[in-house]
Ligand binder design. Structure first.
Ligand SMILES: [Ca+2]
Length: 486
C-alpha cells in the first residue's frame, strides 16, 4: 500500500477516533450534567417539601393557653406558635378520651368506624387505613420519621409498626432533647417529628394527693398539691363562671361517671369544696406550664437551625379536662372543657401570623392528616374522612366549610353546628341537650325541651341523620331520636 494511502487510512482512523472520543466525552458530560441536574432538582424538591412537627399534649383544654386570655397561667411557647401562626377556637376531638382520639389523629378516620368508642376497646384497622396513617404516608413520601412520647393507641398504630424510623419512649423531660437531636441532624430529606407529651395529664393524680395517697414516680403531683395547700385563696385561680351543675343536665352524664376512676369526678362533685376545686385548677395550670417549657425547647431548636420557615408545626391535645367547670374533673364528656382542644398551626411560608379563627369548625381527629398531606403535596386517599385546613390557614378560603362537627363516644354523640351544640345520649330520661354556644358559652342552659327551640332541635336531629348516612355511623342510629319529633 502506498505511504499516502496508509496516511489517508491513519488520518481517517484518527478522525473517527477523535469523533468517537468527542461524542463519548460529550455523552459523558451530558450524563454527568444530567445527573447533577436531576440530583439538584431532587434536592430542590426535597428542600421545598416542608418538615412537619406535630406537637401533642395530653388532657389540655382549649382555654389552657395564656393567648386565649387565661390569666392564671403563662404559656409563652404555645402563645408564640399562635402569634406566629393561626389558632382555631372551635377545634373538637373525635372522641374525648385518649385512645380513640389518637387513633383518629393518626388515621383521619372516626375511631368508631374502626370499632373504638372508648379506651380499652380493640381496633379493627383495615389495610387501606393502616397504609395511609400519618407515619406510613409521610415515610412513603420520602420523609425521615420520628415519634417521641406517649402513644396509647392500638398495636397496629404503634410507632415502630406505623412508618416511624425511630421511637423515643420518654414523654417528659427527656423528650425535647431527643426530638431536638433528631431535628438537628444533617439530612437531605424532609422530616416528620411527632412530640407527644404526657402533661398536663398528671392532673389525673390530684385527687389521690387530696386523699393522701402517697405516689412515687414522675406522675406524682403531691408536691404541687402541698404547694397549693400553702397558698392563700387570692393566689389560687377563681372558680369558673360555669361552676354549678346545670339544672337540666342530661342524666347520662352522671350515670356514665365511674366512681372507681383514678379521678372519680362523680365523687369529687359532691366531696370537693370551693378551695379544693381552686387548688385543682392551680395544679392544672402548673402542669400545663411544665409542658409549655418543653415545647419551647423544641421551637427554639427549629429557630436555631434555621428550620422555622420551612417547618409546618401543628399543636393540639388529645382531649381536655373539666377543670372544675360544673364541679367536674377529668374527660370523656361532650362539654367544651373536655371535647374542645387547642389547635394551632404555624407555617411562615404561607400562614398569615397572628390569625385567630372563630368561624370554622375543626375536627382534630379528621382534619390533621388531610392538612399535613395538603402541605406536603400528597393527594388525600379515600380513607380520609376530614378536610384540609390549608385553604383557611393560608387565607384562601372560598369553599363552603362543614356545617357541623361530630364528637362521639360510647355514651352518645355531640354535634356542634355554627351556633348550637346538640348532644344525644344512649341512656337516661333526659337524653338530649341543646345549647346556644353564642349566648351561653359556658353551656349551662339546656334548651332541648324549650318550645321555641323545637325547630332548632329537630334541625340538629336531622344533621345527625345526615352524619349517620354520610359517615356510616350505624351505631348512632340505635339511639338517635326521630327527626319529625314523634
Ligand atoms: Ca389523654
Amino acid at each position: 500500500m502506498p505511504i499516502s494511502a496508509k496516511r489517508c487510512i491513519r488520518v481517517a482512523w484518527s478522525a473517527l477516533y477523535l469523533w468517537l472520543a468527542t461524542v463519548t466525552l460529550f455523552d459523558n458530560c451530558s450524563a454527568a450534567e444530567l445527573s447533577t441536574q436531576t440530583r439538584e432538582s431532587q434536592d430542590t424538591s426535597a428542600r421545598r417539601l416542608p418538615n412537619v412537627l406535630l406537637i401533642l399534649t395530653d388532657q389540655q383544654h382549649s382555654g389552657m393557653m395564656s393567648c386565649t386570655g387565661n390569666k392564671f397561667l403563662h404559656t409563652p411557647a404555645m402563645d408564640r406558635l399562635a402569634n406566629e401562626g393561626i389558632r382555631f377556637e372551635n377545634a373538637y376531638v373525635a372522641n374525648p378520651v385518649c385512645v380513640p382520639s389518637r387513633i383518629a389523629m393518626a388515621t383521619g378516620v372516626m375511631p368508631g368506624r374502626l370499632g373504638v368508642f372508648n379506651n380499652g376497646m380493640e381496633a379493627k384497622v383495615p389495610a387501606a387505613v393502616d397504609s395511609n396513617s400519618l407515619g406510613k404516608i409521610l415515610k412513603r413520601a420520602g420523609y425521615d420519621t420520628f415519634y417521641g412520647g406517649k402513644v396509647h393507641m392500638c398495636p397496629e398504630l404503634n410507632p415502630l409498626n406505623a412508618g416511624y424510623d425511630e421511637y423515643f419512649k420518654d414523654q417528659r423531660e427527656d423528650l425535647p432533647t431527643a426530638c431536638v437531636e433528631f431535628i438537628e441532624r444533617e439530612r437531605d430529606k424532609p422530616f416528620l417529628a411527632v412530640a407527644s407529651f404526657i402533661n398536663p395529664h398528671d392532673i389525673c393524680f390530684a385527687y389521690r394527693a387530696y386523699k393522701g395517697i402517697r405516689e412515687k414516680g414522675p406522675q406524682s403531683v403531691e408536691h404541687l398539691y402541698r404547694q397549693a395547700q400553702a397558698l392563700s385563696l387570692d393566689q389560687l385561680p377563681p372558680l369558673p363562671a360555669n361552676y354549678a351543675k346545670p339544672p337540666r343536665e342530661p342524666d347520662a352524664i352522671e350515670k356514665n361517671l365511674n366512681p372507681n376512676a383514678v379521678t372519680p369526678a362523680i365523687t369529687m362533685r359532691s366531696e370537693y369544696d370551693d378551695r379544693e376545686w381552686r387548688m385543682y385548677r392551680w395544679i392544672y395550670c402548673r402542669l400545663t406550664e411544665q409542658v409549655d417549657m418543653h415545647i419551647g425547647q423544641i421551637l427554639d431548636a427549629l429557630q436555631r437551625n434555621d428550620l422555622q420557615s420551612n417547618t409546618l408545626v401543628i399543636f393540639t391535645s388529645d382531649h381536655g379536662d373539666m377543670d372544675a367547670s360544673r364541679r367536674l374533673a377529668s374527660k370523656g364528656l361532650f362539654y367544651n372543657e373536655s371535647a374542645s382542644v387547642p389547635f394551632v398551626m404555624r407555617y411562615p411560608e404561607s400562614i398569615v401570623p397572628g390569625t385567630v379563627d372563630r368561624k370554622h369548625l375543626v375536627s382534630t381527629g379528621l382534619d390533621i392528616l388531610p392538612t399535613i398531606c395538603d402541605y406536603v403535596g400528597i393527594p388525600a386517599p379515600e380513607s380520609f374522612m376530614g378536610r384540609s385546613l390549608r385553604p383557611i390557614a393560608d387565607g384562601n378560603s372560598a369553599e363552603q366549610w362543614r356545617e357541623y362537627v361530630v364528637t362521639e363516644n360510647h355514651t352518645g354523640r355531640m354535634l356542634r353546628s355554627e351556633r348550637f351544640k346538640y348532644c344525644v345520649y344512649t341512656v337516661g330520661d333526659n337524653r338530649e341537650s341543646l345549647v346556644d354556644m353564642q349566648d351561653d358559652p359556658g353551656e349551662m342552659v339546656n334548651l332541648a325541651s324549650e318550645a321555641e327551640y323545637r325547630k332548632t332541635l329537630l334541625e340538629h336531629r336531622q344533621f345527625l341523620q345526615q352524619w349517620i348516612e354520610e359517615s356510616g355511623d350505624n351505631e348512632a342510629q340505635t339511639f338517635a331520636l326521630d327527626v319529625t319529633g314523634d
